[in-house]
Design a protein around this ligand. Sequence first.
Ligand SMILES: N[C@@H](CCC(=O)NCCCC(=O)O)C(=O)O
Length: 261
Amino acid sequence: MSSLPVIGITADRSMMGAHASHTVAEKYITAAMGGSQAFAVLLPALGGGRQSITSTLSLVDGLLFTGSYSNVEPARYGGPPSAPGTLHDPARDATTLPLMRAAIEAGVPVLAICRGFQEMNVAFGGSLHQSVHTTGSFADHRENKDNPLDVQYAHAHAVRLVPGGKLQQLLQAGQAMVNSLHGQGVDRIGDGLVVEALAPDGLVEALSVAGSPAFALGVQWHPEWKYAQDKLSTALFQAFGDACRQRMLARAGQQAFDPID
Ligand SMILES: N[C@@H](CCC(=O)NCCCC(=O)O)C(=O)O
């Protein structure tokens, strides 16, 4: 048995030339390995039950739901059709949405980032604003894609950590600075989800799952970016890794008592 917990990382499905491909940005892999001290494996976005959720959950000690430029298809939360030209990834939706709920119910630790955070909300029956900056109620939370990456992923605004919440307890502070690279945002909050952080304009920036048997946290920002240099990001990946290690040890204990057949 490996001494490292295994973290499954959700991939996007897109075309590389003529070939359907499954990809994960390396920053998520290095953050899981370095920040959570885990062994990273990539989970293809095959959807449609082609690889069963039960088998996936039996292979991993935790799941990292990644960010992505694509939007969750609005039919998944009863929203109006997307603006023409919006990037979707229906295979990813079909993979991550059922996996998210099943993982959390089974006590598999979950950290969900940006699109992953939006998936958490939709998986629990919530809905999304398709472009928060056109609602009239919120600021523009998008990055300027013409800027160098270091500028795009730099701190953009504060978040207020809800007193007594999981994030506030983790950081032992009332607020933190975060980056901001998203056009969509949480509208109706999913059933059983708990607000953990808010942007100055009131947009929900982090969610946890009430009564979840294990770590289950989603954040709208990108803690994987320079995870080792930012106090909140370091704390998040460490706490996620600790939860994954706990599950690994619990599973090892269970196996030791399984009858030999
Ligand atoms: N499409 C959604 C989600 C935004 C998001 O996840 N961006 C990530 C960009 C690439 C990355 O850093 O992985 C939205 O715009 O709201």
